[in-house]
Each structure stands twice: as structure tokens, then as C-alpha cells.
Design a binder for this molecule. Structure first.
Ligand code: MD3
Ligand code: FE
Length: 194
């Protein structure tokens, strides 16, 4: 379910909280199991963080860069995720992980499914900040037709039920300038990993 502009009024506050997270767990370009450096820079907050390296994808309680726990999920993040999920009919959503993606011009995310979580009954809540992007979403099989949706600053999407296991991705980011983020797009995805 698309909630256009759901968090537009609090975008600046979310980005301030994000600066606090990134001061403790800096953005980094993870390496795929196949050995490629991802064009999207990532970090995490919450009890668990999504990580990728030569041995695979998984959720980890610690940041492999620092060896320490991921920074706590800011109150405003958790509240937003819960309110958006509620709005979409998923009452009681309590995310334990927030993966934060940072796109610069040209960065993209190839079509994939999110399958590293234990409970596919829980939705994923996605929050777009800064520059707009083209979100791709297909079906349950990689070869299914792909639809394109434009997402902009303050848009929140709740992916639950049948949509939870659909293939999705982000087209290469078009250059631009956003008053809050400059030449970047930030995406927060809230998950129940464990
Ligand atoms: C549809 N991020 O982090 S968020 C990801 O904008 C990811 O950075 C993209 O895909 C981004 O894994 C898209 C939207 C999203 C997240 C999870 C989904 C869409 C989804 C799970 C199932 C279906
Ligand atoms: Fe995804």
C-alpha cells in the first residue's frame, strides 16, 4: 500500500536522526556473495542489521565494521514504521531491523526478493527521502512483468500479504538536487527479521 507524503512533514527530523546513526555505523558499500561491490551504500539500526559479504546475506546483531552492536532504532523511526503499518492493516508491527540505503546518481538495486527474514507474515515498511526514484516491482517470479512507480520524498510503502515476496528493485538514480539531501536518495526499510 502506497502512502504518498505520509512522512513528508517529518523528513528533516528523520534525516537528523539518520546522521546520528551514521556517525556510529558509517555507510559502506557491501560486497555481494558473487564478489561485486554494491552501488548503494548501506548501514543499519535496530537490534539486527542486514549484511552481505563473500559468504552470503544474513542478519547480524553486530556491525562487522566496528564489531559493536548496531545503533538503536531512533524513537521517531520506530513510531513511523508502526503507524504506517497500522494504516495498511498490519497492527502491532514491531520492527527489529532498519536497513538504510543511500543512493547517489547512477546507483541502483537490481531486481531481488527479500527472503532473509524469518516471518514473511510481517510486512516491510519502506520510507523514501530526498531525490525521487523509479521503483520497479514485478511478481513472484523473476521473469514476471515489471511495473514502474515513481517514489518521492516522504512517500511510505507498506509491503505485506501477497506483495511481500514480489521481486523489486530501483532504477539507476537520476542526478538532481534535493533541499534536504542534496544529490542523494535515502531509503529506510523496516523489517521484522527474527
Ligand atoms: C517489495 N530497497 O532494501 S524499498 C531493500 O528503495 C530494497 O532502497 C529498495 O529493496 C530501496 O531490500 C526498495 C521497497 C521494498 C522493500 C521490500 C519489499 C519493496 C518491497 C519486499 C517485498 C516487495
Ligand atoms: Fe528489497
Amino acid at each position: 500500500m502506497m502512502l504518498r507524503g505520509f512522512c513528508a512533514a517529518e523528513a528533516a527530523a528523520l534525516l537528523r536522526d539518520l546522521d546520528g546513526v551514521a556517525a556510529v555505523a558509517p555507510f559502506r558499500h557491501m560486497i555481494t556473495p558473487g564478489g561485486y561491490r554494491m552501488s548503494v551504500a548501506m548501514t543499519n539500526c535496530g537490534t539486527l542489521g542486514w549484511v552481505s559479504d563473500g559468504s552470503g546475506y544474513r542478519y547480524s546483531e553486530t556491525d562487522p565494521v566496528s564489531g559493536a552492536a548496531w545503533p538503536a532504532m531512533p524513537e521517531g523511526f520506530a513510531r513511523l514504521a508502526m503507524n504506517a503499518a497500522q494504516e495498511a492493516g498490519f497492527g502491532g508491527f514491531a520492527p527489529d531491523a532498519c536497513l538504510i540505503n543511500r543512493y547517489e546518481p547512477g546507483a541502483k538495486l537490481s531486481l531481488h526478493q527479500d527472503k532473509d527474514e524469518r516471518d514473511f507474515g510481517a510486512p516491510i515498511v519502506s520510507v523514501s527521502l530526498g531525490l525521487p526514484a523509479t521503483f520497479l516491482f514485478g511478481g513472484r517470479k523473476r521473469k514476471d512483468a515489471v511495473r514502474r512507480i515513481r517514489v518521492a520524498n516522504g512517500d511510505v510503502v507498506v509491503w505485506g500479504g501477497p506483495a511481500r515476496l514480489t521481486y523489486h528493485g530501483i532504477s539507476p538514480l537520476t542526478d538532481g538536487e534535493h533541499p534536504l539531501t542534496g544529490r542523494r536518495r535515502i531509503n529506510l526499510t523496516f523489517r521484522k527479521a527474527w
